[in-house]
Design a protein around this ligand. Structure first.
Ligand SMILES: C[S@@+](CC[C@H](N)C(=O)[O-])C[C@H]1O[C@@H](n2cnc3c(N)ncnc32)[C@H](O)[C@@H]1O
Length: 273
């Protein structure tokens, strides 16, 4: 009885969440909707309660791990032969990107508004300057950088925060410096499009065009981009054949990385002088 009761509650929650989170007319959308979470909590404070748990998900969630492994290869391609960089990990969180790039860097900064995220970053990063602040409140940072990264930030941030962030980044990029950031909610990607067609999506995302306009507005230009995540946006699922999905994602990435069909696009950006 107890078992059946628990299963019924689980079923009720699944149904409730499906109706709560699904936008049924998303199939007709020609541009992304606002993220529902923005009305409950601003993005700046969204990770105040996250830290180690966030970090571990890049290992424990099979779908996320597959994409993170491809992201590392793309970072290596973009930064081949680069060294002694003055580096800023913008909204760097637990230091996932910093950790991977730190050997290529000389001066190393990480900015994040969440104390808990930074606390975890401090456990693995050495010789970093950590700035635990909302970037909009930072007044005394005069440094400029050869490389700024901003991962899993832009699509999640409210439009005004995206705009402020790009202004801040552009201001702190050296004239020959690079910005590398990702849009992991690529609205016109195959996986998100299929989700909208099959009533499994909230209509949220960010388009390539929005990225182009945002960068252009702040005197930046897109030099290159690679896309990945062409078949599957979900990150977990006990019955999913993750080995097969990994082989397929790597195969499609190899041949279709310029297609913009992946839900995750990694951009290489420079100042437009
Ligand atoms: C999804 S996490 C990404 C962390 C890391 N870049 C990564 O890819 O693993 C987004 C981070 O942005 C930070 N953030 C959001 N708004 C911010 C703001 N206004 N100033 C500084 N950090 C901010 C959050 O605290 C969070 O740690």
């Amino acid at each position: 009885m107890n078992f059946i009761h628990k299963k019924l509650i689980l079923f009720k929650n699944v149904v409730y969440n499906y109706f709560k989170n699904t936008c049924f007319y998303a199939i007709f959308l020609i541009k992304p909707l606002k993220k529902k979470a923005w009305s409950r909590r601003d993005y700046t404070t969204s990770h105040y309660h996250k830290g180690e748990d966030y970090h571990n998900r890049f290992e424990s969630l099979p779908g996320r791990k597959i994409i993170w492994n491809i992201e590392k290869r793309i970072l290596n391609k973009f930064l081949l032969n680069q060294k002694d960089l003055d580096f800023l990990d913008f909204a760097g969180g637990t230091g996932r990107i910093s950790n991977f790039l730190q050997d290529k860097c000389k001066k190393k900064y990480l900015i994040d508004s969440s104390e808990k995220m930074i606390e975890h970053a401090k456990k693995t990063l050495s010789n970093f300057t950590f700035i635990n602040q909302n970037f909009n409140n930072i007044e005394n940072l005069d440094d400029k950088f050869d490389l700024i990264t901003a991962f899993r930030f832009f699509p999640n941030a409210e439009p005004h925060l995206r705009d402020d962030a790009m202004r801040f980044i552009s201001k702190h990029l050296k004239s020959n410096g690079y910005l590398i950031f990702n849009n992991h909610k690529n609205f016109w990607s195959l996986p998100l499009f299929i989700k909208r067609l099959t009533f499994r999506n909230d209509g949220f995302g960010m388009t390539h065009n929005e990225v182009k306009l945002l960068t252009k507005k702040h005197n930046l230009k897109i030099l290159d981009f690679y896309s990945c995540g062409l078949i599957f946006e979900s990150e977990k699922g006990l019955l999913m054949p993750w080995k097969v999905i990994s082989i397929l994602e790597n195969f499609f990435h190899k041949y279709l990385y310029k297609s913009k069909l992946g839900f995750n696009i990694i951009y290489l950006i420079k100042k437009d002088d």
